[in-house]
Design a protein around this ligand. Structure first.
Ligand code: NAD
Ligand code: DAU
Length: 359
């Protein structure tokens, strides 16, 4: 039975990935979730699988070498799926250091521990081992020509402390491949949306604010473009790269779904107006009058757009969920999980929101 070590499995994509893997492989895998439970990690996300016999949660920080080495010593790990990171660009602008510590040093700790556990005498690696480093399209910088896309060959040009830290981590992984022939792959994915996303990110923040009749903050002119992918399609891509991706290669993941931020905000408003029953008092509050243009993000990348040709041609990956369906599913999920939202927005989130948005 194959053992997966997932880092950051209590976060947004990580928890969706854990569900995806149990839906797909059931009892045929063992999965260990290692997470430090920062503000972004939430064990409530994993309630649906926490009692499975083939699932283990370990609270540990990826910066803690001893703790990570102990996990490798006690478990015969076959695949590492490395999600754990500080993930929010705005936080990285205010406090870059922790992004370097977790995203760069934490990745170095993970790479070193896996290398030590998987290396044969003589420097080759045991069969069937793979390290999948989950990265982002933000490492490529920003596109100005509307006909341009990010390819795997696009030079790295990160602008935010977040994307610079992820780019550094990607280069570390590449260095392990080039230097030691370490069995790793990198995936660079576009913006994900779906259940369990922390409401500091655009889509859950707008849904939550709209349902509460609060202002909807739009940075700058609202015309920055992001390329949105339903989270399960990302999980499917990661699983395919683990199964069939060539060692040492990187794969872009994205579904050709570019939208200006203001379009996203207006789509959420329109969908909420359609979904909310007429006798729901929240319905009257949900309108475009809530849209509030606020100060732009510093160094705000203008446009991201992924060319997924390589993963499609080589591995047969294609997204299953159209944006129109995915955004409806997502909005309904948040409406059905108001207690989840309430629990994570009741504490420190209020201070974060006040510091971040003076509206
Ligand atoms: P998230 O912020 O929702 O979750 C991050 C998780 O990592 C949390 O559970 C947190 O507790 C954990 N974590 C943070 N620091 C840790 C540490 N030092 N030790 C152990 N655990 C720690 O992030 P996400 O949006 O789910 O992103 C997951 C990964 O995917 C990240 O590497 C991110 O760069 C990448 N990614 C995200 C997107 C996106 O749109 N969200 C797109 C492409 C790539
Ligand atoms: O592209 C992949 C990246 O997508 C991931 O690597 C990151 O981890 C993830 O956070 C996400 O980064 P973005 O900065 O693109 O996502 P965010 O949801 O923060 O913002 C999306 C866009 O919406 C961006 O142009 C900024 C804008 N925005 C965001 C917020 C939170 C607003 O206009 N208002 C807001 O309140």
């Amino acid at each position: 039975m194959r053992t997966y070590l997932v880092t950051g499995g209590a976060g947004f994509i990580g928890s969706n990935f854990v569900y995806y893997m149990f839906r797909k492989y059931g009892d045929d895998i063992r999965l260990i979730n290692v997470d430090a439970l920062t503000y972004a990690g939430n064990l409530e996300n994993l309630k649906g699988i926490e009692d499975r016999k083939n699932y283990t949660f370990i609270k540990a920080d990826i910066r803690n070498k001893e703790a990570i080495e102990k996990i490798f010593a006690e478990n015969d790990v076959d695949v590492v799926v490395h999600f754990a990171a500080e993930s929010h660009v705005d936080r990285s602008i205010v406090n870059p250091e922790v992004f370097v510590e977790t995203n760069v040093l934490g990745t170095a700790v993970m790479l070193n521990a896996a290398k030590a556990a998987w290396e044969n005498e003589g420097g080759s690696f045991k069969d069937g081992k793979k390290f999948l480093h989950v990265s982002t399209d933000e490492v490529y910088g920003s596109l100005s020509d509307p006909k341009d896309y990010f390819y795997e060959t696009t030079p790295y040009d990160p602008h935010s402390p977040y994307s610079a830290s992820k780019a550094s981590a990607d280069f570390l992984v590449k260095a392990y491949v080039d230097t030691y022939h370490f069995p790793a792959c990198i995936t660079n994915c576009s913006n994900n949306y779906g259940p369990y996303q922390f409401p500091e990110k655009l889509i859950p923040l707008i849904i939550n604010n709209a349902l509460s009749g609060k202002k909807l903050p739009v940075y700058g002119d609202g015309k920055n473009v992001r390329d949105w992918l339903y989270v399960d399609d990302h999980c499917k891509g990661i699983d395919m790269v683990i199964e069939k991706g060539r060692v040492g290669e990187k794969y872009n993941i994205g579904g050709h779904n570019e939208r200006e931020n203001i379009q996203i905000v207006k789509t959420i408003i329109k969908t909420l107006q359609e979904i909310l029953p007429n006798d729901d008092p929240r319905k009257a509050n949900v309108s475009e009058d809530l849209i509030t243009y606020v100060e732009d993000r510093k160094g705000h990348d203008r446009r991201y757009a992924i060319a997924p040709d390589k993963i499609s041609k080589e591995l047969g990956w294609l997204p299953d969920t159209k944006f129109e369906d995915g955004i409806r599913l997502t909005i309904k999920w948040y409406m059905d999980h108001l207690d989840w939202m309430e629990n994570i927005t009741s504490g420190d989130y209020q201070d974060y929101y006040k510091r971040m948005y003076r509206i």
